[in-house]
Design a protein around this ligand. Structure first.
Ligand SMILES: C[S@@+](CC[C@H](N)C(=O)[O-])C[C@H]1O[C@@H](n2cnc3c(N)ncnc32)[C@H](O)[C@@H]1O
Length: 341
C-alpha cells in the first residue's frame, strides 16, 4: 500500500492484516505451493489439484498475489513468485512449516489476548492451556511439537550458514549448542570444523528427534554428544564455546539470568557464551523483530532485547559482555565470556 494512501485506509489495512496471515496459513494447509509447478496454472486446475472451490481459491490467490505470494500471469492463471516458492515443503530455508505454526489454533487464541499480556507483562499461554508452551507442545499436542521443531529446523537452514560464516571456532575444542533443536547449526559447524567436537543440549523429546548425522551410527556421531535436559534445572555440559540461538528471547530477564548462571556454573573459566538473537536496535528488519518481540511476550513472557539490555543481562549473570556482531542474516552474535581466564 502506497504511503500516499489516506491514513484511515492504511490503519484499516493494518487492522485486517490478520486476514493476510490467515491466507498464508491457508495456502500452506492446502499445499497450494506444492501443487503449482514451474508453469502457470489456471485456478480451475489448481482447485481440482488441492480439492478446493474454484471461486474461493480465486479469492485466496487474489489476496495473496496482492502481497507478492503467487502472481496472476493471465486472467485466472497463477504462477509462482520468490515468496510463494518458499511455501513449498521442499524449499531450502522454506517457511511452510512456519506458516502452519504461525496460524495454528493455539496462536490465534493467545494473540487474541495480547492486550492482557501487555497489561500484566506476562504470557497468557498458561491461563489458556494450564501449562507452559513447551510442556504443551511435548504433552497435549505432540504433533504441534513436531511441527515446531520442523519449523525451527527448516527456517534455521539459511540462518545457520550465516552464523557459521560469522563464528570463528579456531580456538574451540568443544562447541555446545544449548536449546539447539534438532542440531541443524551444530551439524553444519562439525562438518566445517573437523577438529571440533560438539554437544547438542535440548529437551528430551527434541533430542530424540535429533539430526541422524549426530546420532549413533551417524557420520558425526563420533564427535557429538547428545544431552537431554532442562536448562532451568541445570546445564551439565562442558565446552569452550556455548551457543544459544533463539533461546534467551523465550524468557524474561529473571529466567534468562538464571539459565545463564546455570551455564556459567558448568562452564570452564574463559568459556565463550554466544547468544544468537535479533537485536532490536541493530536489526535491519525491525518489522520482524518487533512482532517476534510481541510473540515472545504473549506466548512465553519473553522478549527481544537491545544491545544495552543484553549487556545488562550478561552483567546480572556475572558474565563479561563482549559486544554484538552482525551476520549476513537477521540475527546478531551477542558475545560474552565466563570470567577468570
Ligand atoms: C526457538 S527454538 C530454537 C531452536 C534452535 N536453537 C534454532 O535456532 O533453530 C528454542 C529451543 O529451546 C528448547 N528449549 C525450550 N525450553 C528449554 C529448556 N527448559 N531446556 C532446554 N531446552 C529448551 C526448545 O526445545 C527449542 O529447541
Amino acid at each position: 500500500m502506497a504511503d500516499t494512501t489516506e491514513a484511515p485506509l492504511r490503519l484499516h489495512a493494518l487492522a485486517y492484516s490478520l486476514g493476510i496471515s490467515a491466507a498464508v496459513t491457508a495456502a500452506a494447509r492446502l499445499d497450494l505451493a506444492d501443487a503449482l509447478g514451474d508453469r502457470p496454472m489456471p485456478v480451475a486446475e489448481l482447485a481440482a489439484a488441492v480439492g478446493a472451490s474454484e471461486e474461493a481459491l480465486g479469492q485466496l490467490l487474489r489476496a495473496l498475489a496482492c502481497h507478492g505470494v503467487f502472481r496472476e500471469t493471465a486472467e485466472d492463471v497463477y504462477a509462482h513468485t520468490e515468496l510463494s516458492r518458499l511455501l513449498r515443503g521442499d524449499a531450502p530455508g522454506g517457511r511452510k512449516a512456519m506458516a502452519l505454526l504461525a496460524g495454528a489454533p493455539f496462536a490465534w487464541r493467545i494473540w487474541s489476548r495480547l492486550d492482557e499480556a501487555v497489561r500484566t507483562g506476562r504470557s497468557v499461554f498458561a491461563e489458556e492451556y494450564g501449562t507452559t508452551l513447551f510442556e504443551h507442545l511435548h504433552g497435549s499436542e505432540p504433533e504441534l511439537g513436531l511441527l515446531f521443531d520442523q519449523a525451527m529446523a527448516r527456517s534455521g537452514e539459511i540462518t545457520a550458514a550465516a552464523v557459521a560464516d560469522a563464528l570463528g571456532l579456531e580456538d574451540t575444542g568443544t562447541v555446545a549448542d544449548i536449546g539447539g533443536g534438532r542440531g541443524i547449526l551444530l551439524r553444519l559447524l562439525l562438518e566445517r570444523h573437523p577438529g571440533v567436537s560438539g554437544v547438542l543440549f535440548d529437551l528430551e523429546r527434541v533430542i530424540a528427534g535429533a539430526d541422524p548425522a549426530l546420532c549413533e551410527g551417524g557420520a558425526l556421531a563420533g564427535r557429538c554428544a547428545l544431552v537431554a535436559g532442562d536448562c532451568h534445572v541445570g546445564v551439565p555440559v562442558k565446552a569452550d564455546t556455548y551457543l544459544l540461538k533463539g533461546v534467551v528471547h523465550m524468557w524474561n530477564d529473571d529466567l534468562a539470568v538464571a539459565v545463564l548462571r546455570n551455564l556459567a556454573r558448568a562452564a570452564p573459566p574463559g568459556a565463550r557464551i554466544i547468544l544468537i538473537e535479533q537485536v532490536l536496535d541493530a536489526t535491519a528488519t525491525p518489522e520482524i523483530a518487533t512482532v517476534m518481540n510481541l510473540l515472545m511476550l504473549v506466548s512465553q513472557g519473553g522478549r527481544e532485547r537491545t544491545r544495552k539490555e543484553f549487556a545488562a543481562l550478561f552483567a546480572r549473570a556475572g558474565l563479561e559482555f563482549g559486544g554484538i556482531r552482525a551476520t549476513r542474516s537477521a540475527v546478531h552474535l551477542v558475545e560474552g565470556a565466563v570470567p577468570g581466564h
